[in-house]
Design a binder for this molecule. Structure first.
Ligand SMILES: Nc1ncnc2c1ncn2[C@@H]1O[C@H](COP(=O)(O)OP(=O)(O)O)[C@@H](O)[C@H]1O
Ligand SMILES: [Mg+2]
Length: 232
């Protein structure tokens, strides 16, 4: 491309997903077009069951679309091997889910360092230093040696956010990251996400039910009847 700085981090074209439920066909996604620019923050809202999680799974290459294509940082996800997909995810993507998915037997610091430890070129020392830095950015330096069970719900989500960002991904996908938290803790996490997204060049796609937060992103879209439409 001529202007590499401005090329899309993620693009999907005419993405559809149909689940075959016995004789019934459930058309969850009916032709999704989405282009996410570098450092752009996109919120996705939609009622429960509208297909938000399905869409994020497709964008990450974790599920196959019924038709259409997903291009992550110039790579056609459906045209590379599963091993290459895994490498692309590790290098370019971070994830935060409603439930933290931290590994219970490891400390906060070890959990955050994990994505870097999967990269052959990164030493344990480098990974640990970078993980300490990220834990500092989410305000949890003092909890580095605690295991997930010893942390509050909000702290666990902070660790999950640090883990998603530790590898300097191009894009972070978040699926209702505050859906499991009380409103006060959720608003603290939203403030943290806004502050981090302003400091970093990472793009974000955040699925949320919080309309106030959604409107604070660069763009808010609603998943409705299998299509993405602007929130007005
Ligand atoms: N593996 C699957 N097989 C069949 N139906 C599914 C599957 N995954 C999701 N669905 C259905 O697709 C719809 C969208 O689900 P989902 O993407 O989880 O919605 P949301 O995240 O917006 O709540 C729901 O009706 C759900 O039951
Ligand atoms: Mg969901």
């Amino acid at each position: 491309m001529n202007n590499p700085e401005n090329r899309a981090v993620l693009e999907c074209r005419r993405l559809t997903k149909v689940f075959a439920e016995g004789p019934e066909k459930l058309k969850v996604l009916r032709g999704i077009d989405l282009l996410v620019s570098p450092a752009e923050r996109v919120a996705i809202v939609g009622t429960s069951g509208s297909g938000k999680t399905t869409l994020l799974q497709l964008l990450a290459g974790l599920d196959h679309p019924s038709s259409g294509e997903v291009i992550l940082c110039d790579h056609q996800l459906m045209k590379v091997s599963e091993q290459q997909q895994g490498e692309l995810r590790n290098r370019h993507l971070g994830f935060v889910y409603q439930f933290h998915h931290l590994l219970p037997e490891f400390t906060a610091l070890e959990n955050v360092a994990m994505p870097l430890l999967l990269r052959k070129e990164v030493s344990v020392g480098q990974a640990t230093m970078r993980a300490e830095e990220m834990l500092g950015m989410v305000g949890l330096s003092k909890r580095a040696s605690h295991k997930p069970a010893e942390l509050s719900g909000g702290e666990r989500q902070r660790v999950a956010i640090a883990r998603a960002l530790v590898g300097s991904p191009d894009l972070v996908l978040m699926d209702e990251p505050t859906g499991n938290l009380d409103p006060h803790t959720a608003s603290k996490i939203h403030e943290l996400m806004k502050s981090l997204s302003e400091q970093l060049t990472t793009s974000f796609i955040v699925v949320t039910h919080d309309m106030v937060f959604a409107r604070q992103m660069d763009r808010a879209l609603r998943l409705e009847d299998g299509h993405l439409v602007p929130v007005v």
